[in-house]
Design a protein. Structure first.
Length: 81
C-alpha cells in the first residue's frame, strides 16, 4: 500500500486560492483550469492529498472567475487573512 503524505501545513486561505487562480488565468488564459488539474494530478501521484485538495479549490476559483465578466470591481473578493 502506498504511503500517504501528511503535512502540517496550515489551511490555504480563500485569498491565496483566488490569487493563485488569477495568476493561472493571467498566464494560461482559457487553459488555466487544465493547468491546475495537471498540478492536482501530480499531487495525487505523490499521494499528496492535501496538495490535491488545494489545487481542486483553485480549479473551482478559476472556473468561477472565468464565468464572470472580467474584471469586476464589485466582486466580493476574499480578504487576506
Amino acid at each position: 500500500m502506498a504511503e500517504v503524505k501528511k503535512t502540517k501545513a496550515p489551511m490555504t486561505s480563500a485569498f491565496d486560492i483566488y490569487r493563485s487562480a488569477k495568476l493561472l488565468i493571467d498566464q494560461h488564459g482559457v487553459a488555466a483550469a487544465d493547468h491546475a488539474a495537471m498540478n492536482a494530478d501530480k499531487c495525487l501521484a505523490r499521494n499528496d492529498f492535501d496538495g490535491k485538495a488545494v489545487w481542486m479549490r483553485v480549479i473551482v476559483a478559476v472556473n468561477e472567475l472565468q464565468d464572470q465578466d472580467w474584471p469586476q470591481e464589485d466582486h466580493d473578493w476574499p480578504q487576506e487573512e
